[in-house]
Design a protein around this ligand. Structure first.
Ligand code: ATP
Length: 248
C-alpha cells in the first residue's frame, strides 16, 4: 500500500511517448466534487485499468475524458492536445471511443443497424468484415434484434460499435459486469485481439481476475484520485496489495 498517496506524481512513461495524459484532474457533478486531482498516463498500444471500489470515480474519469462532464479543471492531453473545454463530438473526432457501462444497445434495432448507428468520425475504422471477423458471434446474429441478444452479445456489440468510428483509444467501462465466467473469458479474448491490432485501451474494471488477463498496468482509484499504480506483473505477485483497496 502506498502511504504517500496524496503526493503521488504522474507515472513515468519510460519512453517519453504518451498518448493520453491526465494531470491534476478535478471534476464536479453540479456542486459535488467527485475527482480530486486524478493523474495517470497511457502509452500507445497499452491497456491500462482503472480499478477501485464503487463510487471511487472511475466512470467519472472516463466521462471527463470524453467531455461528458463539463465542470472540470486540470489537464487531459491526447496526442499533446488539451481536451479540457472541448465538446464530446470534437473529442470523438480525435479518435477516442467510449463504451459506457450501460451498453446502450437500441433494442428495436438489429445488430447490424446498431453497428452502423454511430457515424464514422475518423479514417481507419474497422470495416464490417473486419468487425465480424473479430466478433464471430455477432456475424451469426447480425439480423437479430437488440432485445434478443444475451448480455455478452450486447457487450460485444457495444464494443464493436465504436470500432467503425475510427477510434484508436477505447474507453471500456466494466465490460465484464453481470456476465457469466465463460462469457467474461470471451470478452477477454476479444479485448486481447483488439490490443494485438494496436488499439490503446483504458478499462474500468472491478473483476481483478479479468483485469489481470488483459492489462499491462493498473491504476488504483480511491476518493477521486490515484492512490497506487502497478504493472500487471506486480499485481500478479501481490494480489493482496490491490485487494486491500477494494476491501475484498
Ligand atoms: N450523475 C451524477 N450526479 C451526481 N453524482 C454522481 C453522478 N454520477 C456519479 N456520481 C457520484 O460520483 C461519485 C463517483 O462515481 P463514479 O460512477 O465515477 O464511480 P465509479 O468508481 O465508476 O464506481 P461505480 O462502479 O459504482 O460506477 C460517486 O459518489 C457517485 O455517487
Amino acid at each position: 500500500m502506498n502511504s504517500g498517496a496524496e503526493t503521488l506524481a504522474p507515472a513515468e512513461t519510460g519512453t517519453g511517448e504518451t498518448l493520453l495524459e491526465v494531470n491534476d484532474l478535478s471534476a464536479w457533478y453540479a456542486e459535488s466534487r467527485v475527482l480530486h486531482g486524478m493523474a495517470f498516463d497511457v502509452r500507445p498500444g497499452e491497456l491500462v485499468t482503472l480499478i477501485g471500489r464503487n463510487g471511487a470515480g472511475k466512470t467519472t474519469t472516463l466521462r471527463s475524458i470524453v467531455g461528458l462532464l463539463q465542470k472540470k479543471t486540470g489537464a487531459i492531453r491526447f496526442e499533446g492536445r488539451d481536451l479540457i473545454g472541448m465538446r464530446p463530438f470534437e473529442i470523438a473526432r480525435l479518435g477516442i471511443g467510449y463504451c459506457p457501462e450501460e451498453r446502450a444497445i437500441f433494442s428495436s434495432l438489429s445488430v447490424k443497424e446498431n453497428l452502423f448507428l454511430p457515424p464514422v468520425l475518423k479514417p481507419g475504422g474497422m470495416t464490417e468484415a473486419e468487425i465480424f471477423e473479430t466478433f464471430p458471434n455477432l456475424r451469426a446474429r447480425s439480423a437479430s434484434q437488440g432485445t434478443k441478444l444475451s448480455g455478452g452479445e450486447q457487450q460485444m456489440l457495444a464494443i464493436a460499435r465504436i470500432l467503425r468510428t475510427g477510434a484508436r483509444l477505447l474507453l471500456l467501462d466494466e465490460p465484464s459486469e453481470g456476465l457469466a465466467p465463460v462469457v467474461v473469458k470471451e470478452i477477454g479474448e476479444i479485448i486481447r485481439r483488439l490490443k494485438a491490432k494496436g488499439f490503446t485501451i483504458i478499462l474500468v474494471e472491478q473483476n481483478l481476475r479479468f483485469a489481470r488477463l488483459v492489462a499491462d498496468r493498473h491504476v488504483v482509484v480511491e476518493n477521486g484520485k490515484v492512490v497506487d499504480r502497478m504493472t500487471n506483473a506486480e499485481l500478479a505477485a501481490d494480489m493482496n496489495r490491490v485487494k486491500s483497496y477494494l476491501g475484498v
